[in-house]
Design a protein around this ligand. Structure first.
Ligand code: ADP
Ligand code: MG
Ligand code: MG
Length: 873
């Protein structure tokens, strides 16, 4: 048979699911001998039962409540509603997972016209008694009778105004009696009945109301935001009141055992003298810093400090504590694990491990990898940000902070940055042609497009601040200005973007860079000793590679060579290559590209030193490299000395119905082997150069994209080996290079054993693999994925978090078949999922050797990989 009610003497901290966090911890504090006012808890199961029975407190529950009330009366030697020595209680909500301030609580319950007199006589403090009574009516009126709070406030304010009083504490007994009279009239007016006098009735009504508050709109929204299940329900705690409002030797406060925003190991808190409950947070009076308590009540203070230390040691985590002092006697009313910023979380975890309070594994497990994202990007200086003028807001597409001069085209960014100036690229939307400008700009602002638009995805990959979909912006790209409201911003004007919030500001705001130093650095080192999964990065530029190495990347898992093709000095040769009609013409254009590619790779190998570098041979459809606007086509025709109409037709001929499923990846090399031949030559020449000149043990891994058939790879592996060996022989150098493939076409996963015959490594390209497994176009899915999430067809966008059941199944098949053919095949992932902690954990479990993610996610991946290893110990 269910037991619905537990006294504080029966519970402990392990009983959170049944007693809620507050109830379990009140029992625990009682158990370890701390001063906690007596009371009892109605369980979360009772709450579920209440809802099951259509919001009825059943007979048995009622009996248990009344029985425990009797026990409480015996223990405290007071009686609820007594006219000589009344017991007053609080009725407090308390969920399993704490939801601060979301649900309701009623204080001072048990007062009526009789018992208030008893309280006044007994304490010899009528002012206190009537203050408690008016507080009770107000709270009960608000929480239980659902009368808007401001209506009570306005009665109180009127009385203060009438008597020219500034503070609630200045109200006399007579004022308070007038207020109480006003409150009661309000109740009759609002509900049509008298304020309930019977204390047991008050109690049961309050319990009902607290159960109901589980489903108030605040609580529902909070649960949604924090992924808390709706079915848990709340417990209700009935606790005898202690009074912080009994005069100047009484008070109430809240304290954290360490600083919740910085993590500093120093008590942090506030209190008020002669105040009760919510007064501290309500902001009616300005609370005082906790250390001032030392001056006012030294004894209480040192007792309090000793208790906070004891609690932190007992719970082995930073605690958030509520306390009340009644006429010089200290009581504890709550303790829970304190909420904290990401920065504080790291500092506290590392400190506690160093203090020996927790072990390193626990320290690592306490940090949410996604939360540290914010710490890895530059941020605005807080003071300067507060003074800045906000002009509009868009979607926070990629975190970071950026200030600079407005540019409306990629070319303008290139020009401006050549002069060492900082640029913000402002576009209606971006396209692959903007890559160079995007990479050189400090930040990107677009008017159209959502969180998965081109601008957003590319910027996140680059770790560059980006605000997308800023609809209020009216951009005139040709005339080089934009308007917001009645403000006009011209080319060269200064603006600032906050990629964490989506806010756009006027002028320049100073930024602060991040470094993995101090405790953050220590935590990362610990993570490295615990993880088994290698962490690499997706990097196309020296800048990316440099950042990633600083953040601890152990290699490059994906270098996309196409981004190198867009740069100003080479795009012409690329275009010439694409539209050439004969093999010779093509070879001529490709030969021009070779020295550039070689220099690119030399740079990359130098930055990466002896770490492995996976280079993907050209992947996108060629059409992407060609101009589309009339004037650009005209210019190209002139540059290449061909007729406009011919060029225009060539470009049109290259258009594909489904470019993503078209002539791209290894298919390009099957038809035009020259491109890959040039790229391989450039890679090997660069490796020789760096190996010979710098003595670095360069390890290139040459990766063929979009393979779906073993024969494709067989042909291309031969091509790579032929060129590589040829070049190496000529230079008489030995080099440890590898050839492998992406697994991104479902067929490749399903036939991975035959493919592994020709591949020394597999890298799961989960962006394309997701696209092809679902048959969702990555470029168009934005239009319906929102609705899919609304209808709960899936809870996460499968392009963000790997779909383990489908795409993951293919990966598992690929791994099993691949290793059956080649035991030592190296396995990694290079899709955007490689930076998602959830997916990283999965990658660990299915036996991948490394994950590869954008540079700014490297620390997140290191941490997530360590957590995965700890969980599976
Ligand atoms: P919340 O979960 O919103 O913090 P609580 O149930 O903790 O709500 O109560 C609100 C306020 O009332 C807190 O400041 C708490 O310390 C105070 N309080 C609750 N119960 C008592 C009590 N028995 N005696 C004195 N103050 C109390
Ligand atoms: Mg509380
Ligand atoms: Mg791909």
């Amino acid at each position: 048979m269910n037991k619905y009610v537990y006294s504080f003497d029966e519970g402990n901290k392990e009983m959170k699911n049944l007693l809620g966090g507050k109830g379990a911890n009140l029992s625990e504090m009682n158990k370890i001998g701390l001063p906690v006012p007596a009371g009892f808890t109605i369980t979360t199961e009772a709450c579920s039962k209440y809802y099951e029975d259509n919001k009825i407190i059943n007979e048995k529950m009622r009996e248990e409540i009344l029985k425990n009330l009797e026990l409480l009366e015996e223990k405290t030697n007071k009686r609820l509603g007594d006219k000589n020595n009344p017991l007053l209680v609080s009725v407090r909500s308390g969920a399993v997972i704490s939801m601060p301030g979301m649900m309701d609580t009623v204080l001072n319950l048990g007062l009526n016209e009789e018992s208030v007199k008893g309280l006044a006589n007994k304490t010899n403090n009528p002012r206190f008694a009537y203050d408690s009574y008016r507080r009770f009516i107000q709270m009960f009126g608000d929480v239980v009778l659902q009368i808007p709070k401001f209506k009570f406030d306005s009665i109180l304010d009127k009385e203060k105004e009438k008597n020219k009083l500034d503070n609630d504490t200045d109200l006399t007994v007579d004022h308070l009696k007038t207020i109480i009279k006003g409150y009661k009239e309000l109740v009759i007016k609002e509900t049509g009945t008298d304020f309930p006098d019977n204390p047991v009735k008050q109690l049961l009504m309050a319990v009902n109301a607290v159960f109901d508050s589980w489903n108030n709109s605040r609580a529902i929204i909070y649960r949604k935001l924090n992924d808390i299940p709706n079915g848990l329900g709340t417990a209700v705690n009935i606790q005898s009141m202690v009074f912080g409002n009994m005069g100047n030797s009484s008070g109430t406060g809240v304290a954290f055992t360490r600083n919740p925003s910085t993590g500093e190991n120093k008590i942090f808190g506030e209190f008020l003298i002669n105040a009760q409950g919510e007064d501290v947070v309500a902001g009616i009076r300005t609370p005082r810093e906790i250390k001032e308590l030392e001056v006012i009540m030294p004894k209480v203070y040192s007792q309090f400090i000793a208790i906070t230390e004891k609690l932190e040691k007992h719970y082995k985590d930073m605690q958030d504590i509520e306390f009340t002092i009644e006429e010089g006697k200290l009581y504890l009313l709550q303790t829970r694990t304190g909420k904290r910023t990401a920065k504080a979380a790291i500092n506290i975890a590392v400190d506690m491990a160093n203090e020996g309070l927790i072990d390193k594994e626990t320290a690592i497990m306490r940090i949410n990898p996604n939360e540290i994202n914010k710490l890895l990007h530059p941020t605005f200086n807080t003071d300067k940000l507060n003074k800045a003028i906000k002009v509009t807001k868009g979607l926070p597409a990629s975190p970071g902070a950026a200030s600079g001069k407005i540019c409306f085209s990629s070319e303008d960014v290139v020009k401006l940055t050549k002069n060492k100036e900082k640029a913000i690229l402002v576009r209606l939307e971006t396209s692959p042609e903007d890559i160079e400008g995007m990479s050189l700009a400090e930040g990107i602002l677009t008017c159209r497009g959502g969180m998965t638009s081109h601008a957003a995805v590319v910027a996140r990959g680059m770790g560059k601040c980006c605000i997308a979909g800023c609809g209020e912006l009216r951009i005139k790209e040709e005339s080089k200005f934009f308007e917001i409201g009645d403000k006009i911003f011209k080319e060269g004007d200064h603006i600032s973007l906050d990629g964490n919030t989506g806010n756009v500001y006027e002028g320049i705001i100073g930024t602060e860079e991040v470094e993995l130093i101090g405790k953050f650095g220590t935590l990362m080192e610990w993570a490295d000793t615990l993880r088994t999964l290698e962490v690499r990065t997706n990097a196309d530029t020296l800048n990316d590679a440099d950042t990633a190495v600083k953040f601890g990347a152990e290699g490059i898992g994906l270098c996309r060579t196409e981004h190198m093709f867009f740069a100003d000095d080479r795009i012409l040769a690329v275009r010439q290559m694409i539209i050439s009609k004969t093999k010779e013409e093509r070879q001529e254009a490709i030969d021009k590209l070779l020295p550039y590619q070689k220099e690119d790779f030399i740079g990359l190998f130098k930055v990466m030193e002896s770490r492995p570098v996976t280079i993907r041979l050209l992947d996108p459809p060629l059409h992407e490299f060609l101009p589309h606007k009339k004037e650009d086509i005209e210019k190209l025709a002139e540059d290449l000395n061909i007729e406009y109409s011919i060029l225009k037709k060539d470009i049109e001929d290259l258009k594909e119905f489904n470019p993503m499923l078209g002539h791209r990846g290894c298919r390009l090399a099957i038809t035009y082997p020259e491109i890959y031949q040039m790229q391989v030559k450039a890679i090997i020449l660069a490796a020789i150069n760096v190996k010979v000149e710098k003595g670095l043990d360069v390890k290139p891994e040459i990766m063929v994209p979009l393979v779906g058939i073993d024969k494709e790879l067989e042909i291309l592996k031969k091509l790579v080996d032929q060129i590589a060996e040829d070049v190496l022989r000529k230079h008489n150098v030995e080099l440890d290079y590898k050839v492998g493939t992406m697994i991104e076409v479902p067929r490749a996963a399903l036939t991975a054993d035959t493919i592994a015959k020709h591949a020394q490594f597999f890298s799961f390209g989960t962006n394309d693999l997701t696209q092809m497994t679902f048959g969702f176009s990555r470029d168009d899915s934005g239009k319906f994925i929102g609705e899919y999430r609304n209808k709960e067809i899936f809870d996460k966008d499968p392009f963000e978090r790997l779909d383990q059941n489908g795409v993951g199944k293919l990966m598992e098949i690929g791994i099993e078949l691949g290793t059956s053919e080649r035991k030592d095949i190296k396995l990694g992932i290079c899709g955007e999922h490689g930076g998602d902690p959830h997916t990283i954990s999965y990658c660990h479990n299915i036996g991948l050797h490394y994950v590869s993610c954008s540079p700014f996610r490297v620390p997140i991946a290191r941490l997530a990989a360590a957590q995965a290893a700890i969980k599976n110990k």
